[in-house]
Ligand binder design. Structure first.
Ligand code: CP3
Length: 358
């Protein structure tokens, strides 16, 4: 109980802070309760989303601010989460880079012209993200107007490594052989590619913040395929550059990856305000190894959320909250995105359990 009174402030003490729980947690400020949202909270598991998807593609929804705002706000109303994440996709930044791709049913993204070598890297154009991604900034402004008080708006982008892995592999990959081949056998081309993606991504996220995103999340979904050594040598500095650019603009940053809980000390060096961890390591252990000066996001297993039963989901939700021990700086989330076919009631049960946690 000691930690409860110590870490949970009186209402009056919060007056001078940002009114959004999620932002308070990003900044490791004490919160009245733990904020909760879900990665991929807009998606096929939700009937309202499927209805819109039956008429429009992911690209069409993302590029139409009205549709984008509608889909972004669906889970906020339905799940009563503490954040909206702007509906988009990490791969949309690849289009102005000259890549042609589509989302194939049951396969995922398929690129027609992936990077084959140095020449393709050299040919990548620089462009003005403010102009080419204008649809997203317009959607952010629209969502911001419609968002209920106290709900944070999350912007996002892929991390340079994860985006590069799609550009090189041309889609999903089991072993990331082509990506690692470029990295190991042509470090100059790799460096060049990462620098280009890093500059674009930093600009993109800064522009999202300027358009109303309260916080941005960098999705490095596939970083866990790398050894600790390769992450540190070939990837880390680029993530640091992005985080530093956003810090200059005082935008909180969440860095998300999976499969990296074996080297939390290196992940922490990204400098992100919040480190999002997967479920493979307990939240208690991950936070202890990261150090309590970092805020943490996670870490319910999306498979448990999908499968249930609700009793087991609630038990694990409470276990995670117990491990967080009401320390300032915990954001409740999954360890990765919501899986298709997850019952909406399961997600709602988690939100209720987090909100009821005393
Ligand atoms: O979280 C949200 O609600 C916002 C929406 C969002 C999408 N993509 C829309 C989308 C976000 C945050 C992303 C990020 C994204 N996209 C990542 C990083 C997060 C992660 O899950 O690791 C990655 C790796 C991608 C690339 C991508 N886009 C893949 C691999 C796929 C196909 C796999 C799948 O789930 O079908 C997509 C398609 C995609 N992007 C969907 C959605 C909702 C699929 C649903 C549909 O077909 O409508």
């Amino acid at each position: 109980m000691g930690s409860v009174t110590k870490n949970r402030p009186e209402n009056s003490k919060l007056k001078t802070q940002n009114s959004k729980l999620l932002i308070q947690a990003c900044l490791k400020q004490p919160t009245l309760r733990t904020p909760v949202w879900f990665m991929r909270q807009a998606g096929r598991y939700m009937q309202e989303y499927r209805k819109i998807r039956s008429r429009w593609s992911i690209k069409e929804i993302s590029k139409n601010p009205e549709l984008c705002a509608e889909v972004t706000l669906q889970p906020v109303a339905k799940l009563e989460v503490d954040a909206a994440i702007i509906f988009s996709d990490i791969l949309l930044l690849a289009e102005p880079l000259g890549f042609r791709f589509d989302y194939a049913k049951a396969v995922g993204p398929v690129f027609q012209n992936p990077i084959l070598g140095q020449d393709d890297v050299d040919r990548l154009p620089f462009f003005d993200v403010r102009e080419k991604m204008d649809f997203m900034f317009r959607a952010l402004k629209l969502v911001k107007k419609k968002l209920p008080d106290g709900i944070a708006l999350v912007g996002f982008a892929g991390a340079p490594f994860t985006l590069a892995s799609y550009l090189i592999e041309g889609g999903h990959s089991d072993h990331y052989l082509k990506t690692k081949e470029l990295m190991h056998q042509n470090p100059k081309a790799w460096q060049n590619l990462m620098e280009k993606l890093t500059r674009l991504t930093a600009d993109y996220l800064a522009a999202q913040a300027a358009s109303g995103a309260d916080v941005v999340q960098i999705f490095d979904s596939w970083a866990g395929c790398l050894s600790a050594h390769d992450y540190e040598e070939f990837v880390l500095s680029h993530n640091q550059t992005i985080v530093n650019e956003l810090k200059k603009r005082r935008v909180p940053v969440i860095y998300f990856s999976t499969g990296t809980t074996g080297y939390p000390e290196i992940i922490k060096k990204t400098g992100a305000d919040v480190i999002s961890v997967d479920w493979r390591t307990s939240l208690a252990e991950s936070w202890r190894r990261l150090g309590y000066d970092a805020a943490i996001q996670g870490n319910l297993d999306p498979a448990l959320l999908r499968n249930g039963p609700v009793k087991a989901i609630v038990r694990q939700t409470q276990k995670i909250l117990q491990e967080a021990n009401k320390r300032p700086g915990h954001i409740f989330n999954l360890g990765h995105g919501i899986l298709p076919d997850t019952p909406v009631e399961h997600a709602r049960a988690v939100v209720a359990a987090v909100k009821q946690w005393k």
